[in-house]
Design a protein around this ligand. Sequence first.
Ligand code: FES
Length: 570
Amino acid sequence: MQESLRSRQWFGRKGKDGFIYRAWMKNQGIPPDEFTNKPVIGICNTWSELTPCNAHFRELAESVKRGILEAGGFPVEFPVMSLGETLMKPTAMLYRNLASMDVEESVRANPVDGVVLLCGCDKTTPSLVMGACSVNLPAIVVSGGAMLTGKYNGRDIGTSDIWRFTDDVRSGIMSEEALNLAEAGMCRSRGHCAVMGTASSMACMVEALGLSLPGNAAIPAADASRKVLAQLSGRRIVDMVRSNMKLSDILTREAFENAIRVNAAIGGSTNFVIHLLAIAGRIGVELNMDDFDRLSANIPLIVNLQPSGKYFMEDLYYAGGLPAVMKELLPWLHADTVTANGKTVRQNVEKAVSLNPDVIAPVDAPFNPLSGVVVLRGNLCEAGAVLKPSAASPQLLQHTGKAVVFENIEDYKARIDDPDLAVDENSILVLKNVGPKGYPGMPEVGNMSLPKKLLAKGITDMVRISDGRMSGTGFGTVVLHVSPEAAAGGTLALVENGDLIALDVAGRSLNLLVAEDILAQRRTAWQAAESPFRRGYVQLYVQHVEQAHLGADFDFLKGSSGSEVLRDSH
Ligand code: FES
């Protein structure tokens, strides 16, 4: 039982200070008894009309408030920086760490005893969880839910189809008019991307970590059950404050291992790796790249969702949601870890069943024995690189080819469709300077579209390598997060056109087949480009962002400063 509420340091005071803390809050029509030892619950809201995936969050917050009030709490909703994946330039990832700082400082500076984190679009989940971890108060996540499945020309569509549609338009298979019709049918309701992209992977991640109520990941945004879950989460956070159940009580090493195994079984996004590493760094759990490879190694792909499979988040919900997936995985999970509702993983999922084995398969009859994220090592990625085998082409998982090098994204855009580009289907496309420091912000450009002339020949996949990321909705034989990145002097910076590169996924290796003495000469000649960013947040970012294999967090944000406010000016 929490003996003294943190918020009493504000609202429990006498004299001038207490007068100021309460009086200004009363301008919102709050009666005096609200200030008498009720748990104050912050609702950390990423609502924004510029983040369409989270545009329904003010309504969702009302359901959370209802739950908080029912349980005897005092709800206070506050905005934090919202990161919309589709509109923010140059990439929403550039601002993940900034949003996490907003969350951390907003929570610590204010009289809240616990927080509800309203998350949806890709980066809004990791940024809120990272920030909350650095304060370590009781917290629960409510995800916004996925959109209803898109429809076009009598068939189901989702975000992963964008890559296909645009390639089809480039190769002349699809007309602009047809593309407009697909655009109109893509986003049919409130909510985030409906495939197992990064937003859905993040919603599954928080449920697998135990940070939400069971069922949170898959309930569609448009389903009334989403509001029910929000209301129940509002009730629960008040109890979590009363029993002083902090984030660090849930986020154990075992919880992280559960999340890694669940992400493997669902065919989750490669972005999961970078965000989970950053969250672990904030809460103080040791986690490294090799953990992802080792812990996913025997986990089969049992969820048949795009981009690795066929279906959409709505189908996952109707098939039993994440509890049914975790029930299948129980033998691999730490089943006794405690979750936000106070129950163990086993208690939460033991009654769940898969209602559609075409969507959630049994572990002994998976959709693909390959799952998760493979971590590659070699002289091209000394600190690691990742590849998602379930989204790759089996025939390319062991491949040696000649590099076709693009020095940056502008160079790629200028030359990829050049009819004279020396490239064939056996080539390996190499894109440099799209890493955390090099771009900066590590954009989702790693699944480069193929050259037009190869698309016209019917080629649909090639090995592609970069220090950037890929949208969780993307697919292909794509090596990502090469670390150290080119801009930090990694070997990637030294690759030249025509160099042979060997990828061996089974052997977990990625090597540049160039003699050591030649590489040494190139390294001596290499010079770091001077950053053009001389002020403001972007300069701070370039100076302090860590490499991808560490989670691309800022070096000075690792760990927690706790919830104590060190100075008190009133
Ligand atoms: Fe928001 Fe895909 S754009 S989740």
